[in-house]
Each structure stands twice: as C-alpha cells, then as structure tokens.
Design a protein around this ligand. Structure first.
Ligand SMILES: Cc1ncc(COP(=O)(O)O)c(C=O)c1O
Length: 430
C-alpha cells in the first residue's frame, strides 16, 4: 500500500504543529530578514547589529580560524551533552567568584538556546504526574514571553496573574509600570498545584525589570512552597545586561537561572546556559542527549576567553546598555511626537531593559491583532499584544490594547514605523 500523502500525527505531534503564535512570529521575522527587505521590522526579538560587538566576534572567529587545532576540534568533535567541560568550568568559576554563588560545573547545563531550555524545564516540572495529579507553571506577571505559550507536550500548562498597573510619574506622563500582585500569586499557589514559578527579567514584552525586592519575595514564596523559581535572564544580569535600571543578579538553591548568548548578538550560535540545582542540571543534560546528542559548541568556543577573563560581564555596561538605552529613549520621544499629534490615547511601559517598547493604545476600537494586519499591509511588522497574555483565565480588555515593538532596529525604520502606527491607530478610532 503506498504511504498516505498526509500521515496521521500523534496527539503530541498535533500539539507541536499547530499554528502557534511563535511560529507565525518567526515566519514573519524570517521573511522580513530575507525576502522582504522593505518591511519595517519591529517584530521579533532579533538583537540589533551593534558594530562594536560584531567587530569583537569577527576578530575572535579569525583567532579560532588561525589556530587550526582549536578550529578542527570545535567542528570535528561532539561535546558531552552537558556542554564543553572547559566552558562549564569557566562559567561556574566566573559566577562563583563574582557573585559568591555556591555552584560548580555540576550546577550547569548548556542547551541549544534558551528556548530549548524552557521546553525541557516546562516538560520536566509541569503537566501530568503520578496518580493523575496535574501541575502548572505559574507566571506571576502577565504579559509574559510569547515563546513559552505553546511549549511543553501537554495543553494548558500555564496559569498567569494580572499585575497592578502603576504610574510612577503620574498618569499624564504616559509611562506605566507593571508590579506583581502578590496577593493574586499567593491565591493561585493556594488553589492550584504548581510545579514551578517562571518570570523573564527584563520581561519580554514589556521591558519591565522586576525589582530586587520582587525577586526576593518570589524566591521566598517558591522556597516556602518547595517549587523552583525559573528566572529567564535572556536580556538581564549578569549578561547580556541590557538593563537601564539598577538590579542585582540573583541565584539561590531553588532558583533555575537561564542565561543565553543570543542577546549579546549571537543568536545564530544557539547557546544557552542553565544554572540550577544539580538534579535539574543533570535532567537537562539527559534530555539534551536524547533530543540532540550534544549541543552546538561554536558559541561556547567563541566566548570562552571572555568567560575565563570575566570580560563577558563588561559588554553590557560598556556597549549594549548605552546602545539599547538610546534606542529606547529615542523611540519614546518619537512616540510622544506622533501619537500626540494624531490625538491617540497612548502610554508606554517604563523602558527598563531589553529591546522593546510596549505600547498601550487605550480605546483603540479594534483588537491589536487586527491592527497588526493593517500595519503589515503598510510594511510595518509588530507583534500584537494578545499573544502575551496566555494563562490568564479572566477577560481583560488591556490584552487587546497593547503592541510590542522591537525598537532596536535602524532609526529610520523605527521612526517611519511609529508614524504609520500612530496614523493607523487614529484611523481605527474614527
Ligand atoms: C524572554 C526570552 N526568553 C528566552 C528567549 C529565547 O532565546 P534564545 O533561545 O535565543 O536563547 C527569548 C528570545 O527572544 C526571550 O525573549
């Protein structure tokens, strides 16, 4: 019998092949970066081309090429699934000597990017357990990173809490800040079986940086409930440190901290590092072996000297922070100019870190999903806010009123895009 043109997919297969928000986002991004160069690309989370970083990477890659033995070893060998032993030792030493964390290489596991780390972590810690029990991942602050939404092998993995909205300089300044509603978090912990608490810091999409106090409180809550706290440090401290407000790096024995090379400017190397209790690090290692045998090792070789010297901690303060902070400041200035002129009711989340402006268009009149389509026709790519509120079980109009804009792209594109968004928002309200 000839094979069917469309073989039947398993339940897990179907779950992983639905048209997820992240697939659409990555498709749009990929097209815009390759076949539609005229698109003003404010979607996606691609890091900017930062010349000083690009130069560093080129010089270091040349160094590897010039050292034939190191180069051949890098391309010609599988690493152990936990990661390159010299890299793991250097990373553990750096974190221990700089921050005093009680960790060694046994607390680390390298993965193929942070995205893969989250797939492993959510699969390990949430879903169906022995005796039919179900556990969820608690997201203490929605909106949260779109890339989590469709992860794991089971549906309905997340429960999220709506935050308080604060206006630190008064509402007329049009800058708001989300703050964790700890009462809501405590209520969920009481009501539901939770396998882990997870937050990104800075948060993608809003650019919110949880305060040290909020992180400590979450860590205490996690510890008192006996669950891990996952801190997603894709943009934060200790590296890449794209943060515009002071905040301390944090790790504790029940904390799983994920670090990644992507936002340093190396997303193509697909390299992340999970810092975790030993049992979690070795579980991740086992999963890496099953799924992919070993990790991509180019990123680890590339940054190794900067991890050994500690220089990797300086790229943020010296290069990345000034670059992205200026992008953020400039975007707010243009937003103020165009949206005030268009008489659109707008506000932005305080830009405390990462690459995004989180724009709140109150009384927009149409969902931002629809605004996204209209903007795409005018060659502006954004991410509609709806995707970031997964796990919330209540309806909240706010979820249909926000847009995430990657403002780290070239100034002309960002300026033109903001002017077009203001125009479309004004039309939507007419
Ligand atoms: C908050 C957050 N976490 C994790 C990731 C995953 O990044 P990567 O897999 O490139 O490390 C991203 C990427 O945009 C992100 O924004």
């Amino acid at each position: 019998m000839p094979p069917p043109a469309r073989p039947e997919f398993s339940q897990v297969g179907r779950k992983l092949t639905t048209r997820s928000g992240i697939l659409e986002l990555m498709d749009d991004l990929g097209r815009a970066m390759t076949v539609e160069p005229e698109m003003r690309m404010l979607g996606g989370g691609n890091p900017a081309a930062v010349p000083a970083m690009q130069e560093l990477f080129r010089v270091r890659m040349q160094e590897l090429l010039n050292d034939g033995v190191a180069f051949d070893r890098m391309l010609g060998n599988y690493d152990p699934p936990q990661g390159n032993p010299r890299f793991l030792r250097a990373m553990a030493d750096l974190l221990r000597r700089t921050f005093g964390w009680a960790i060694g290489p046994q607390n680390l596991a390298v993965t193929v990017g942070g995205q893969t780390a989250f797939f492993y972590l959510f699969t390990l810690l949430a879903g169906r357990f022995e005796g039919g029990r179900r556990k969820k991942v608690l997201l203490p602050l929605a909106p949260e990173y779109i890339g989590y939404a469709d992860q794991g092998l089971e549906d309905d993995l997340f429960i999220a809490c709506r935050p308080h909205i604060d206006w630190p300089q008064g509402e007329s300044a049009r800058v708001f800040k989300y703050r964790i509603d700890f009462q809501a978090v405590a209520a969920v912990l009481k009501r539901e079986e939770i396998g882990a608490i997870a937050v990104s810091r800075p948060t993608n999409p809003s650019g919110n940086v949880l305060t040290d106090e909020e992180v400590r409180k979450l860590s205490d809550l996690a510890s008192s409930c006996g669950v891990p706290l996952i801190l997603d440090n894709a943009y934060g401290t200790p590296f890449p440190n794209v943060m515009f407000v002071p905040a301390q790096p944090f790790w504790a024995p029940q904390v799983i901290l994920t670090l990644s090379l992507s936002k340093l400017g190396l997303p193509g190397t697909r390299t992340a590092i999970v810092v975790a209790p030993e049992s979690i690090a070795s579980a991740i290692t086992a999963m890496t072996a099953i799924v992919g045998l070993a990790n991509v090792n180019v990123g680890q070789h590339l940054v190794l000297p900067w991890v050994e010297s500690g220089e990797i901690l300086q790229f943020g303060p010296k290069v990345l922070r000034p670059f992205y902070e200026e992008k953020s400041r400039q975007a707010v200035e243009w937003t103020r100019e165009f949206f005030d002129a268009a008489k659109v009711d707008w506000a932005v989340h305080a830009g405390e870190g990462a690459f995004f402006q989180w724009l709140w268009l109150r009384d927009l009149g149409i969902p931002t999903r629809e605004l996204y389509n209209r903007l795409k026709l005018r060659k502006v790519l954004v991410v509609p806010g709806e995707y970031f509120f997964f796990g919330l079980d209540e309806d909240w109009p706010h979820r249909r009123e926000c847009l995430r804009l990657n403002v780290s792209q070239p100034a002309d594109a960002v300026r033109e895009a903001l002017s077009i968004i203001a125009d479309e928002a004004a039309r939507a309200r007419r």
